[in-house]
Design a protein around this ligand. Structure first.
Ligand code: SAH
Ligand code: SF4
Ligand code: F3S
Length: 433
């Protein structure tokens, strides 16, 4: 029996995969631990989306490998997107004992059983793997991530994900519904449906709006979210379904990436800036309370100052509730990495800085607009800053802090918003609904 510690990086798909791996391992005679000091095996579930993400993990691995001096039997494994991208070459790093790619997690128990023999490496892409019949062991008792599809077919020219995650495939609807009901029965009230592009979910005659409707009819859950939506596939039918499904929260994460048509074209995104803008208008017309969040890349190869300013202006016009802004990071093997006119680091950084400053102002404004409103908060824990306060999320995905104690965790409370700082709302309980 070995104790396994898992450390997770990257997107929610990886968080969900770590929970799946925990499920696969627990089905054998091994055990998951949340104490790294007692671990016999440390697994890093890694992300390749930007160079920085990879560098961080390699730093962590170098650090943790020093434990081997005092604990010679300790083994370190790398799974996830970096395992998939770099494969066997990772084993040149002497700190690393095994490497397992995203479609090979079923082999983990075997590998763990045989760790003392030699290095292990297993990263074949299997474009049909959906881990049918395997279930996750969830890390918290409140929010359940449910994977509805794996892989991506979009090949945005900057992105490594289609190479690490393979082709798009959807899980059967009945399995997804069973998993959601099961989570609901165990007390999870907040479900997030996951896929790199949930809008293209397809199983038999069911597409994503039908899946949402089915999920919405499950009594034991109260809130449904989903990530990520692709603007080229966000249909009117989906917007209508969101608006008419009471459990589907008023929040959408819709990556714009750029507000310039030429850049969008070279990114292979399949929509224009105007199309994107119109989508935000439609969403707000049907759901006035909806929060729209986005991803933006600064300094894509060939981006001129004017093209950058187009992005800046669209951000001013749309006023996102929040934007994740990234400095373009070339990924070997993607088309954009070979584009001429790569933008110098200092210009990428300077553009990123301008986007961050702009969005900070907009976010503050959007959050201050909430003052005076009464919002339903799902209480998720004690506030980090004060023992006498709890923290949770509104339906429109805003962290909200208010006076209360741990007995409130897991419940839904009406809160009147009294203040807004950065991206936190503050308020007080109210019984007036
Ligand atoms: N499937 C999701 C995105 C997953 S990656 C979607 O399409 O919405 C999350 C974000 O990382 C992307 O939206 C993009 O903004 C950013 N990203 C991806 N590759 C990048 C790169 N090479 N450099 C910088 N940012 C990148
Ligand atoms: Fe990457 Fe584009 Fe697929 Fe998102 S949709 S994972 S950005 S290729
Ligand atoms: Fe990273 Fe892989 Fe997710 S590259 S963003 S962990 S799909």
């Amino acid at each position: 029996m070995k104790k396994i510690f898992i450390e997770t990086y990257g997107c929610q798909m990886n968080v969900a995969d770590s929970e799946l791996v925990a499920g696969i391992i627990t089905d054998t005679n091994h055990q998951i631990t949340d104490d790294i000091n007692s671990a016999d095996v440390i697994i890093f579930n890694t992300c390749s989306v930007r160079q920085h993400a990879e560098d961080r993990v390699l730093g962590r691995i170098a650090n943790e490998s020093s434990r081997k001096k005092n604990k010679p039997g300790l083994k370190i494994g790398v799974i996830g997107c970096m395992a998939q991208r770099l494969g066997e070459t990772l084993l040149n790093n002497k700190a690393i004992d095994f490497v397992v790619g995203v479609d090979q997690y079923s082999t983990l128990p075997d590998i763990i059983d045989n760790l003392d023999e030699h290095d292990h490496y297993f990263t074949e892409v299997n474009n049909s793997e959906i881990y049918e019949g395997l279930y996750p062991i969830r890390q918290n008792q409140l929010n359940a991530f449910v994977t509805i599809m794996r892989g991506c077919n979009n090949f945005c020219s900057y992105c490594i994900v289609p190479y690490t995650r393979g082709r798009e495939r959807s899980r059967p609807l009945p399995e997804i519904i069973r998993e959601i009901s099961d989570a609901g029965n165990k007390g999870f009230k907040d479900i997030t449906l996951l896929g790199q592009n949930v809008n293209s979910y397809k199983w038999q005659d069911y597409s994503f709006p039908e899946l949402l409707k089915e999920a919405n009819s499950i009594d034991s859950i109260r809130r449904i979210r989903f990530v990520t939506s692709h603007p080229k596939d966000l249909s009117d039918k989906l917007i209508d379904t969101m608006a008419s499904s009471d459990k589907v929260c008023e929040h959408i994460h819709l990556a714009m990436q750029s507000g310039d048509d030429d850049v969008l074209k070279r990114m292979n995104r399949g929509y224009s800036a105007e199309h994107y803008y119109n989508l935000t208008e439609k969403l707000r017309a049907e759901m006035p309370e909806i929060a729209i969040t986005t991803d933006i890349i600064a300094g894509f190869p060939g981006e001129t100052e004017n093209q950058f300013l187009n992005t800046y202006r669209y951000m001013e016009m749309i006023e996102f509730d929040y934007a994740f802004t990234f400095k373009y990071s070339p990924r070997t093997g993607t088309k954009a990495a070979d584009f001429i006119n790569q933008i110098p680091e200092e210009i990428r950084l300077e553009r990123l800085q301008r986007l961050i400053e702009l969005q900070e102002k907009i976010t503050l404004k959007k959050y201050q607009e909430q003052i005076g409103k009464i919002k339903e908060i799902y209480v998720e824990g004690i506030s980090k800053k004060s023992e006498d306060e709890v923290s949770g999320k509104s339906r429109d995905f805003k962290i909200t802090v208010f006076p209360g104690d741990k007995t409130l965790i897991g419940s839904f409370v009406k809160v009147k918003i009294t203040d807004a700082t950065g991206w936190t709302l503050r308020g007080e309980r109210t019984d007036i609904a």
